[in-house]
Design a protein around this ligand. Structure first.
Ligand code: FES
Ligand code: FES
Length: 222
């Protein structure tokens, strides 16, 4: 195995630790205000706005938004039209919510907002202020959901894997509301997630196994 390939080979535990580090590294507040038009950096939002008034007359300045992501507050500087998906990917380095259709039809960008599965490509980030958002990274880093991630790996419920984060988020949202789902419940909950590789049967098998493992864990842990 070449060195580059060796770097890509890590265990599920190592992957979970990397995700926790990634979430932990997101700063809570902005420390620099970079102009998206000319890349000049300012020490405060007021300075950036003044720069727009002088140097980019007529352009719409970026806005600051405070998001609550995976239980953590973080302030971001974005253009007002940015979607939550774009903000997650390009400001916060959270690439789990995938860019597939960008039209609200495939489910690959699913996140949970205030206990409801929503499509991050259809939400403006500014609309998300004051709401609790959970991404697939937060789910993967939470030991409670390890049986779900394990079951997805064990059942190989993916081919290219591009749609998989969206399925996992929808599955977690289902189990939050219905910890003992039937196969029909699972099909209904995942109906908004499209997999062009056709992995559909494996998702129900993985989720049903995760449910059993979580029950066993609950009994064992008392
Ligand atoms: S990328 Fe959001 S629904 Fe397809
Ligand atoms: S595994 Fe490839 S799109 Fe679903």
């Amino acid at each position: 195995m070449t060195e580059a390939k060796a770097d890509l080979a890590f265990t599920l535990e190592e992957a979970t630790a990397k995700i926790s580090d990634l979430i932990g590294a997101i700063p809570a507040v902005l420390t620099e205000y970079r102009c998206p038009l000319c890349e000049k950096v300012f020490a405060s939002y007021a300075d950036l706005k003044q720069h727009y008034a002088i140097d980019h007359v007529g352009a719409v300045p970026p806005v600051t938004v405070m998001l609550t992501l995976n239980g953590k507050n973080c302030e971001v500087l974005i253009e007002p039209h940015w979607t939550l998906k774009r903000t997650l990917q390009f400001r916060l380095g959270l690439t789990g919510a995938k860019h597939m259709c960008d039209k609200g039809v495939c489910g690959s960008c699913t996140v949970i907002m205030d206990g409801r599965a929503v499509l991050s490509c259809q939400m403006l980030a500014v609309e998300c202020e004051g709401h609790e958002i959970q991404t697939v990274e937060g789910i993967a880093a939470d030991p409670k959901w390890k049986p779900l991630i394990d079951a997805y790996c064990r059942w190989d419920a993916m081919q290219c894997g591009y749609c998989t984060p969206g399925f996992v988020v929808s599955a977690k949202n289902l189990l939050d509301h219905n910890p003992n789902p039937t196969e029909e419940d699972i099909k209904e909950a995942l109906a908004g997630n499209i997999c062009i590789c056709g992995t559909y049967p494996r998702h129900a098998q993985a989720i049903l196994e995760a449910v059993e493992k979580m029950k066993e864990g609950a009994v064992t842990n008392g």
